[in-house]
Design a protein around this ligand. Structure first.
Ligand SMILES: *[C@@H]1O[C@H](CO)[C@@H](O)[C@H](O)[C@H]1NC(C)=O
Ligand SMILES: [Zn+2]
Length: 300
């Protein structure tokens, strides 16, 4: 039926899977349903995501500021699709570039999608919504290729907290939801009505958690540098509930789409404070980070 439309978003974007052989337990129906095994590296990987991020147990680091280029540009040709696992936005201008911080090269925005109930938890708290801004390392030609390399992908994750004031940016995404909600519109992209700037989805980036992990959906490729912002954005529960109405099967709503927490396995999780002054303090914290990484290598 709608399979002719699969070619467009799903062959370009590895994360948009046309394979319905994997999914999430419906926690609205049974809270105790065990999380399914997704196979391969999802089950036996050593640097999987998401994880619980805790301020106390993380290394403290001070990095140069992250650099965002053109994130304030209003995107004119954005499309949105219900891929049965999430809502995904794609069709970004090619010059949205993230660099700086601990990143070794330039990363461009490939797609944005969300998880209702956050995947990462901070100090054991699960937030109602997590937005993933997926970036591809420019040195690789496409995201499929990038997923084969340690430095292939960077995901900027933004957690949302409950508020009684609707979030405008999320609101403009919700406006186009009705057109793709039902199962018969699954994998059929629509144009996003409002022109959205990626900036609108990103709060302050002054502090964030930085760690090496994986995609949180199959293939679970261990190619992701995670940047999880500690600052959260407001969203109303009513807004989050609208996402929960999208269907992944006939009359089956996707009530939750977050992966269960994965083992940290002695990975270095760095709580990064952006360096503000130009002064090149080769800081004590950075030393600690290097030592931390070193001592973990010794443990293996
Ligand atoms: C990604 O790039 C590689 C190398 O150029 C190419 O062989 C492959 O077909 C591309 N994949 C997609 C999905 O475009
Ligand atoms: Zn995600």
């Amino acid at each position: 039926m709608s399979h002719s439309a699969l070619g467009t978003p799903c062959s370009i974007l590895a994360l948009c899977s046309a394979d319905h052989g994997w999914g999430y337990p419906d926690l609205d129906i049974n809270q105790d349903e065990p999380f399914p095994k997704w196979g391969g590296i999802c089950d036996n990987g050593r640097r999987q995501s998401p994880i619980n991020l805790h301020v106390k147990g993380s290394l403290k680091g001070e990095f140069d500021a992250l650099k965002f280029e053109n994130y304030d540009e209003h995107q004119k040709s954005l499309q949105m699709v219900n891929n049965g696992h999430s809502i995904q936005l794609f069709g970004f201008a090619h010059d949205l570039t993230l660099s700086g911080g601990g990143l070794g090269s330039d990363y461009v925005v490939e797609q944005i999608h969300m998880h209702w109930w956050s995947e990462h938890t901070i100090n054991d708290i699960r937030y109602p919504l997590e937005v993933h801004i997926v970036h591809r390392n420019k040195i690789y030609p496409n995201i499929t290729m990038a997923a084969n390399f340690d430095d292939g992908i960077t995901v900027l994750a933004v957690l949302y907290h409950v508020s009684n004031t609707p979030n405008e940016a999320i609101g403009s995404i919700i406006k186009s939801l009705d057109a793709i909600k039902t199962y018969d519109h699954m994998n059929v992209p629509v144009n996003v009505e409002d022109s959205l700037a990626v900036d609108d989805l990103v709060p302050s980036v002054n502090t964030y958690f930085n760690y090496a992990g994986s995609l949180t959906t199959p293939t679970c490729a261990e190619a992701v540098t995670w940047i999880v912002l500690t600052d959260t954005h407001p969203v109303t529960l009513d807004q989050v509930n609208q996402f929960k109405e999208i269907e992944y099967n006939k009359d089956k709503q996707l009530h939750n789409n977050y992966r269960e927490l994965q083992a940290e396995n002695n990975r270095a999780v760095v709580l990064v404070q952006q360096r503000s002054g130009a002064a090149g303090l080769m800081s004590f914290s950075l030393m600690l980070l290097l030592l931390g990484v070193f001592s973990q290598k010794v443990l293996f």
